[in-house]
Ligand binder design. Structure first.
Ligand SMILES: [Zn+2]
Length: 53
């Protein structure tokens, strides 16, 4: 079990799919679901360093 909640849309899963991405922010780490990753990629990539990947 590797539960995770999308930090953008709030979707909760019992087991985090490998397609989810981890975002590192001041508050720590959060997971972004595949859909939100795609939707927010342009706005996110400008704020994050290499830690994103
Ligand atoms: Zn999401």
């Amino acid at each position: 079990m590797d539960p995770a909640t999308c930090g953008v849309c709030g979707t909760t899963v019992d087991e985090k799919p490998p397609t989810w991405s981890m975002q590192v922010s001041e508050r720590g780490q959060r997971w972004i679901c595949e859909t939100c990753t795609r939707d927010n990629l342009r706005s996110i990539e400008g704020k994050l360093d290499e830690a994103w990947w």
